[in-house]
Design a protein around this ligand. Sequence first.
Ligand code: MN
Ligand code: MN
Length: 470
Amino acid sequence: MEKKEKSPAQTLKEQLFRKNEHFDLRFDADETAKADTFCEGYKAFLNAAKTERECAAWIVRRAEKAGFSAFDPEKTYAPGDKVYCANRGKAVILCVFGRQSVKNGVRIVASHIDSPRLDLKPTPLYESEEIAYFKTHYYGGIRKYQWVTIPLSLHGVFVKKNGETVTVRLGEEPGEPQFVVTDLLPHLAAEQSKRTLSEGIKGEELNILIGSRPFKSDEDSELVKLNILKLLSEKYGVTEDDFISAELELVPAFEARDIGFDRSLIGAYGHDDRVCAYPALEALLATELPEQTALTVLTDKEEIGSDGNTGLNSAYLRDFITDLALQAGVPVHRVLGRSTCLSADVNACFDPTFPQVHDKLNAAFLNHGAVITKYTGARGKSGSSDAHAEFLGWVRAALDSENVCWQIGELGKVDEGGGGTVAMYIANMNVDVVDLGVPVLSMHAPFELVAKNDVYSTFRACKAYFSFEK
Ligand code: MN
Ligand code: MN
């Protein structure tokens, strides 16, 4: 058949319109296969590391295998050297020294490894009507009704008075017991059903069922609780007092699974923000000798506002860069003023079932690649770092130089809601920053969804950012 000639309008459109294509239509099957392969590694990470502590430990192990060593502020480093700096077992900075002195600034990719979950209260254990429970205090922005009647696993640590740390991870391996929050049966939920969705399950109703068999003895009270403590004492060597210096988290016990007949998606707990942390890490590991010194920061506490000394509203990143500046013989503010950052965090993905919350012109779509978010915040961009046009121009050039699949997106319609990332805390150090990450469906739900193509595109975006020579 004869090839039809393009109309003048078609030709002009090709020149002037922005292209925003599905990854699979833009690239050949090889590229899709690469995305699938990359995501096999990501799924293994998801299953192995579900909490900030598990992620930090996993990342350090991965980095050491890749030739990174613990940072020594007294040592002098050469271009190509690879170091990491762990912060209290909950956050990690990784660094590959560049050809240029850090005087000329550093390039940072920052993402977070904490996810919404149910934390145990300091005095969690109680018995009611011969059933034992844990009281919880939720962490991060959860929709509470989503966390009932799903299998949960227990992760974290007890720290005893003698300084010994006992690690807990229960409910992940086949055959291990799991935990659950109960809900009413529909037959008796007439009153509860009148509650608003946000009050459908209340914070104090997120109680974890943990057992129902009593310690066998003569008449006494709280025998089910006693039996639980006996089991905990045998397994972990702890008493009720040890919960006071514990950090125990309940997270969905699901493992990461391919979703859809075409396996194009991954369903998992805690994509936000491990889905950016993993590409940010892998991109740095794939960076051998960058022009500017390259840093990946995998931080804690983003889900509760980045406060706390393992979060990016603390000094720990600045302190690390200060050590680099001291070595280079310049004050740290000179380094920071010439530095840039990709705040690698997720954004909302357009959901055709709920189109009303998005402006389609400015929403992120599944399979359209890494999403750049110029600003977050709420109402009139309140609580946001609005990226400078100059920096965005540079980022576009970096991504396009490697033919990365990316899109631009906003977090929902104006006045529909809002949110924030670590970008503003980075910007407050006088570093140029913009958000870039993976679009997520059902964000903050116990089982979130992402497209494999978008995870891989985020890896390629971070890699292009580190290696762009301009
Ligand atoms: Mn996030
Ligand atoms: Mn989040």
